[in-house]
Each structure stands twice: as structure tokens, then as C-alpha cells.
Design a protein around this ligand. Structure first.
Ligand code: TXD
Length: 319
């Protein structure tokens, strides 16, 4: 069977890390695309030169025209401008909306059968814009944020409890970052929900609240430390988990920004919810019943995403 083709639109920090991970995991061949000539070509060659040492077979190339992404099985989009210190995700909206229009047109022309994962911020609005601009079916266009937010949450919890990250699960809903809604009663250590762990004296409610806040601010914490650019290792790993579930039809249940058509009382926008990702793309949206404060948090998050999408519609009424 021929290898899968994975196109990476944007060859910056996350794009380069994605290419390396695709190689190391032997998920397929990689095409890196960027508007800056030389960067995708240089990164592709550098990673290809690591393949004999690491022992993976993957053809890597860099391109400066959309033709290069032709017939990709998966397209992962990081094209755009990242946050600088003090800048909110929303500040990025104007610049990155134009980028999504270009990328959407490129995907529509050359890779309309692909499974598309958007990473560009502000995520929930950009994935919507990318779906609109590409015209691909909504179940084939999904946004990466929840896997990253829940991975950050899992890491902090494992560190707090001094247990393996493997045994910590986390359930998050809503928009990326600031309005993320963690569901403590569905987040567990080996199946034991967080509220029970508080009762068992493993931690206090106060500590748990601090961890949740640190998770919400997880992106800003890294931006503050790096000073130039934003997080890239964990975002890349998160998108790879989604791509792998699609390519291998694993049907993993992952929190993703998905297009809702009435689920959770929301219609026509992208919001972070648990979904099943398999060969059909987003095969199922997992809808659970929310309790009082969970519902309030989710509604607030939906309101924030709607605000961003309305701003997009004003800037680009054609979308
Ligand atoms: O959870 C999440 N979704 C995120 C999102 C977590 C972390 C970072 N997140 C966002 O991902 C971040 O705010 C950015 O919007 C993207 C990409 O982050 P990255 O760190 O990879 O940014 P870089 O290094 O600046 O790379 C962006 C590349 C860069 O090489 C540009 O030249 C290129 O995008 N670029 C373009 N490529 C193609 N087409 C166009 N129009 C274009 N414009 C810029």
C-alpha cells in the first residue's frame, strides 16, 4: 500500500515539529509548504538527513506552491502569525483570517479529499473560516485545541499526584485556552474522578482550582517564557494524535473543535467537544449532559467563539 501523504501548510515552529514527528512515527510522506521560500525546503532536507540515524522511511519535501499539496490525505494548517507577549489570540484575527482564505482556496483546488486539521489561532474562529473558505464537508475539517488543553491539564495533575501521565485522563469542553471548561467529574486518575480524589485527601479543591487556572493560562505561560513565539512541541504532538487516529481509523475519542449542528444547543459554529476521529473524519460528536456551572462555563465559551466568528464575518462578509 502506498504511503499516506501529509501536507503541512505553514513550516514554522509547529510545522517543522509536525514534519519531524510524522517521520519518527512513520505516518507517511511529508510535504512542507510556506510562503517564505527556502524554509520548507530547508526543514524537509534537514529532517530527511536525520532519517538514516533514526531509521525511518519517509519522503520529505518543501514547496512554495499549493500544487505541492495535491492529493494529500491529511493537511495540517499552522500558517499565520503567532502571539507575541501581551497579545491575545483575538488580536491575531484580522491577519490570520486572510491567511485562512488563501489556504482554504489552496486546499479546495488541490486536496479536497483530505482530512484537515487547523491549528492557527484564534483557533475556534480560524477553523470555521477555513471550513467556509475551503468548502470541505465539516466532518473533514477539525480544529486542534482540546487535545493540547487536556494534555496540559493531565500533565499538571500527574505532577500534583506524583503518578504516571498515562493514568490521568482529562475531559475538557469549550473554546481554546481562556474559556476552556474542564469537567472535573469526568477527569480521573485510573478511573477515580477528581472530586473523589479531593475527598480522599490527594489534593485540595483550592489546589485543583489553581491547576485549572494554570491550564487555562498554559499558552500564555509558555509565550511569557519564550518571549518570541508560542508553544510548539505539545501543540504538534496533539495534532499528530488526531492525524494518526484518522489515518489508522483508530476511532479515538478526542476533544476537538468540531462543527456543531444542534448538539449542546449550538448550531453552525465550531466549539471544543469530545469527538470520535476515524477514517470518516469526525465520525461522532459525543454529547453529554452538563450540570449547572459546567453549562454556564460552556455557554460563556460558546458566546466568546460566536463573538470571534461575528468579527470574522464583518471583516470577510463573503465567508
Ligand atoms: O492550540 C492551538 N491551536 C495552538 C495554536 C497552540 C499553539 C500555537 N497556536 C497557533 O499556531 C499560533 O498562534 C499560530 O497561529 C499557529 C502557528 O504557530 P507557530 O509557532 O508554528 O508559528 P510560526 O513559527 O510563526 O509559523 C507560522 C508559519 C510561518 O513559517 C509563516 O511564514 C507561515 O506560517 N505563513 C504562511 N504560510 C502559508 N501561507 C500563508 N499565507 C502564510 N502566512 C504565514
Amino acid at each position: 500500500m502506498a504511503r499516506s501523504k501529509i501536507a503541512l501548510v505553514g513550516s514554522g515552529q509547529i510545522g517543522g515539529t509536525l514534519a519531524h514527528l510524522v517521520g519518527l512515527k512513520e505516518l507517511g510522506d511529508v510535504v512542507l509548504f510556506d510562503i517564505v521560500d527556502g524554509v520548507p525546503q530547508g526543514k524537509a532536507l534537514d529532517i530527511a538527513q536525520s532519517s538514516p540515524v533514526d531509521g525511518f522511511d519517509s519522503a520529505l519535501s518543501g514547496v512554495s506552491s499549493y500544487e505541492g499539496i495535491a492529493d494529500a490525505d491529511v493537511v495540517i494548517v499552522t500558517a499565520g502569525v503567532p502571539r507575541k507577549p501581551g497579545m491575545s489570540r483575538d488580536d491575531l484575527i484580522g491577519i490570520n483570517l486572510k491567511v485562512m482564505e488563501q489556504v482554504g482556496a489552496g486546499i479546495a483546488k488541490y486536496a479536497s479529499d483530505a482530512f484537515v486539521i487547523c491549528i492557527t489561532n484564534p483557533l475556534d474562529a480560524m477553523v470555521w473560516a477555513l471550513q467556509q473558505a475551503s468548502g470541505l464537508p465539516p466532518e473533514k475539517v477539525v480544529g486542534m485545541a482540546g487535545v493540547l488543553d487536556s494534555s496540559r491539564f493531565r500533565y499538571f495533575l500527574a505532577d500534583e499526584f506524583k503518578v504516571s501521565v498515562e493514568d490521568v485522563t482529562a475531559f475538557v469542553l469549550g473554546g481554546h485556552g481562556d474559556t476552556m471548561v474542564p469537567l472535573a467529574r469526568y477527569s480521573t486518575v485510573a478511573g477515580i474522578p477528581l472530586p473523589d480524589l479531593v475527598k480522599m485527601g490527594w489534593t485540595t479543591q483550592e489546589r485543583l482550582d489553581q491547576i485549572i487556572q494554570r491550564t487555562r493560562d498554559g499558552g500564555a505561560e509558555i509565550v511569557g517564557l519564550l518571549k518570541t513565539g508560542s508553544a510548539f512541541y505539545a501543540p504538534a504532538a496533539s495534532a499528530i494524535a488526531m492525524a494518526e487516529s484518522y489515518l489508522k481509523d483508530k476511532k479515538r475519542v478526542l476533544p476537538c473543535a468540531a462543527y456543531l449542528t444542534g448538539q449542546y444547543g449550538v448550531d453552525g459554529i465550531y466549539v471544543g467537544v469530545p469527538v470520535v476521529i476515524g477514517a470518516g473524519g469526525v465520525e461522532k460528536i459525543v454529547e453529554i449532559e452538563l450540570q449547572g456551572d459546567e453549562k454556564a462555563g460552556f455557554d460563556k465559551s460558546v458566546g466568546a467563539v460566536k463573538g470571534l466568528i461575528d468579527a470574522c464575518k464583518q471583516i470577510a462578509p463573503n465567508l
